[in-house]
Design a protein around this ligand. Structure first.
Ligand code: UDP
Length: 329
């Protein structure tokens, strides 16, 4: 019998790459998305595939899936600081009501659940690099609180279903990831810089650019997620690339990659913007024998080719998000 997997957030950046991977691995994939931040374009090559079906549904509402399910991967959520500032309530709901529905479904179907958590659970970290044992430094009422606390709640709820209902659960803490299908205008630094270079605009570095991030190519992340799902490890696991770079240096790399003649301009640093971030990947190396394979140079090249292939309309489109339809009243 073909194994069946439900992937929430299927039309998003990570969700769509996971759909590809599971279809290629011979699964029947049920992709679910409410299309607030996700886009059908990311799935158009899959919709006619006999092993793929798409359900347009908001996972914050009761989820009904006929038939059996082996795995549920909960990847639905706005994930960029700009997105979750625009739709804070949906962000909180998908991390709380959404995970509750996924876990309830998993319990009924006896499916294993893997949830997408995040390095944001560490907040603006006082420990560097961040191991899984670090509890974090999060401002619950700051602008990032809606995302950070939703993800922290999601982890707590997942462990509770595991402990009290015996649901098989896996938790991945994802660090900054990049690759084709990121939204050009989602506000994150990589699409922001590449979009600016392609439009002939200056690159906007926030603050003095000394804050650091560590960028992982999407294929590496997906491989780590598949290994974690198949493992028997039930505590949270960091997956990310420990190669750390300051945002100012990163802007220089994008200038070199794109050959743009634009310069860097400096803007105010957003509130609660983490000063440094790098995953400690000791655990994932040990338990899953995983480490990133794609260098930033190689990954950025592939990603740049993707952004270059977008149409002029897409390049100049100001807003991809369909959130007007979903405004909470
Ligand atoms: N950033 C920047 N210019 C931009 C967009 C982002 O300098 O046009 C900075 C941002 O302040 C942060 C870093 O780049 O320090 C990464 O931001 P991103 O939104 O990609 O992710 P996160 O802060 O969630 O890691």
């Amino acid at each position: 019998m073909m194994k069946r997997v439900l992937i929430t957030g299927a039309a998003g950046f990570l969700g769509s790459h996971l759909c590809d991977r599971f279809v290629n691995d011979g699964f029947h994939v049920i992709g679910m998305d409410n299309l607030i931040t996700g886009r059908m374009k990311n799935l158009e090559h899959l919709v006619k595939h006999s092993n793929f079906e798409f359900h347009h549904h908001d996972v914050s509402k009761h989820i009904h899936i006929p038939g059996e399910l082996d795995y549920i991967l909960h990847f639905a959520s706005p994930a960029s600081p700009i997105d979750y500032l625009k739709i804070p309530i949906q962000t909180l709901k998908v991390g709380s009501l959404g995970i509750h529905n996924c876990l309830g479904l998993a319990r009924v179907k006896k499916a294993r659940v893997l949830i997408a958590s995040t390095s944001e659970v560490y907040g603006d970290p006082n420990v560097h690099p961040q191991p899984e044992s670090y509890w974090g430094n999060v401002n619950p009422v700051g602008p990032r609180g809606v995302y950070d606390e939703a993800k922290r709640f999601q982890e707590a709820m997942t462990m509770a279903y595991h402990t009290f209902h015996g649901v098989e659960t896996r938790i991945v803490r994802i660090f900054n990831t990049y690759g084709p299908r990121m939204r050009l205008n989602d506000g994150r630094v990589l699409p922001a810089f590449i979009g600016q270079a392609l439009r002939g605009e200056d690159l906007t570095v926030f603050g003095d650019g000394s804050q650091t991030r560590s960028f992982c190519y999407v294929d590496d992340l997906v491989e780590g997620i598949v290994r974690l799902l198949k493992s028997d490890y039930e505590q949270p696991v960091n997956i990310g690339n420990p190669s750390e770079i300051s945002i100012a240096q990163f802007a220089e790399e994008i200038i070199e990659l794109t050959g743009t003649e634009q310069k860097v301009i400096y803007k105010d640093l957003p509130v609660d913007d983490p000063k440094q971030r790098r995953p400690d990947i000791t655990l994932v190396k040990k338990i899953l024998d995983w480490e990133p394979k794609v260098t930033r140079q190689a990954g950025l090249k592939i990603t740049y080719e993707y952004f270059k292939s977008l149409s002029k309309e897409e390049l100049y489109e100001k807003e991809h998000m369909n959130f007007d339809k979903y405004i909470v009243r």
